[in-house]
Structure formats: C-alpha cells, structure tokens
Ligand binder design. Sequence first.
Ligand code: AMP
Length: 282
Amino acid sequence: MEIVHDPSAVQHLCEAIRKGGRTIGLVPTMGFLHEGHLSLMRRARAENDVLAVSIFVNPTQFGQGEDFDSYPRDLAGDLVRLEGVGADVVFAPRAESIYPKRYRTFVEVAEITEWLCGASRPGHFRGVATVVAKLFNLMKPHRAYFGQKDYQQTVVVRRLVADLNFDLTIVVLPTVREPDGLAMSSRNARLTPDQRRVAPVLYRSLRRSEEQIKGGERNATIILEGMREMIEADPLAQIDYLALCDPDTLKAVDRIEGPTLAAVAVRFGHTRLIDNILIAAP
Ligand code: AMP
C-alpha cells in the first residue's frame, strides 16, 4: 500500500498505473472509516486492478460555523482498515497542497444544488464538486464509488461527470446501516449516548413514509406530517428538512405518482445527520 501526500506525486503514480494498462477504482472519503466506506472499497477492489482511496476532510465543503474543526479524524486507524481491505494507493493530502494560497477555481453545479442539503449548507456542493473534480484529475480513476447515503451528492457528481466530460464511470452503492437502522456515518461518533439512542428515528421516519405510500397515501403533505410527528416526538431531534422528491430532478413532489426519494436531515445538538430511501413507484 502506497501512502501519498503530495498531489503531483499521486498524479504521476496514477498516470503510470493507467499507462501500464491497469484499471483504477477510486473511493473518495473524508476518513474516520466505517463499514459504509469499506463496502465501497470492497466493490472497487473487486471491479478494478488498483484500489485507490482518498482521505481528505475538504475545508471548502464546510460552511462557517460547521464542524470542520471537530470532524472526527483518525489517519492511523484508517490506514489499518485500508490495509485490511487491500488498498493499493492512499492519497491523504494536506489542505494547503489542494488549495494553495493563490487558489481561485471552483466548480459550480447549478439548480440541483439549491435545495435539500444545498439550502441548509450554502456552498457545500461547490466545495464537493470542486474537490471531486480535482481528485478525478489527480487520480485518473476508471470508476469512482459513492454511497447512496449522500444521495444529492451522487446526483451532483453524476451531473458534473456528464457536464465536464470526465471519462469515468460513477458507481453508487446502498447505504450500510447499524443493526437498529441508523445509517453509518463518521459523525455518529459525535453523538451523546442519549442522542445515539434517538438517532434511528431518521430511518424509522423514512420507513414510515414508505409504508404510507404502499398503503395508498398519495398526498406528500400528509406523509411529511407523519414523519415530522415521529421525529419531533423526541426533543433531542431538531428537523433540518424533510422531503419527498423526484429522484432525478430532486424537485419536491405534491403527489406520489412515480418513484420517490424520501430524504431527511436532523440535528442532534451540533451534529447533523442525513438519511434517505428510494421508494418504488406505487
Ligand atoms: P464521507 O467520508 O462521509 O465523505 O463518505 C465517503 C463516501 O462514503 C461517500 O460516497 C459516502 O456516500 C459514502 N458513505 C458514507 N456513509 C455510508 C454508508 N453508511 N453506507 C454507504 N456509503 C456510505
């Protein structure tokens, strides 16, 4: 396993791998790795000659007052997990090498970044799109792997790849959950025991919306009201947003008529968690 910190060094390494005729599968992460990340890596390991992983807590995707400083980090522990999963290339740059002093270029994906997490976190997807474009240029993957847990991010990345003609395939894999349904997330480590006990309500509320739709309910307002009631039953949970939307355009729907994305974002103190499920057409 090669651990590389320098952007030009990783670029040379990945170029050489490509020229040698081997395929590269990239899993971009912010580290503090858990089973969700590892599931992407195992798939990338199986589908490519070389498994490349980036670990970078990207400052440009965090807003003022967000948890950039307190975001959990454990590079030593991550490297052990990466050895275990058979990573070949680990790129762990310092922020100054990705965004040097005179850095001025940002990638903006319009419209689909304006609502859901884009509304609660202005500038977040500009940071995501910028760093993902840079990682693609540096690491030259044939395939890049993302989790459905960050559904809007997968829509943004697919748009970016199509619009900027990146020559690679995006693979999206299902959300890995704890036994009680809570979607795995590095941020779960920041929950207090009481918050952790309540946190599975995100997934329960999503499942409830699915059951209502399966039971014949078509009115989005009524379904969202049911989810709200369930989440607000515990004062530790503060709703950021609840949405039923079109899985392609991410636009909110009034009536459930086709496949639907149910998505939630909830704050527990300073920790904000997101989750979503795709509900088949009724
Ligand atoms: P992060 O380190 O949180 O930026 O996540 C890196 C990648 O792992 C992203 O593509 C996430 O969507 C994905 N990911 C995070 N949590 C999960 C999960 N519970 N299941 C599947 N993929 C995940």
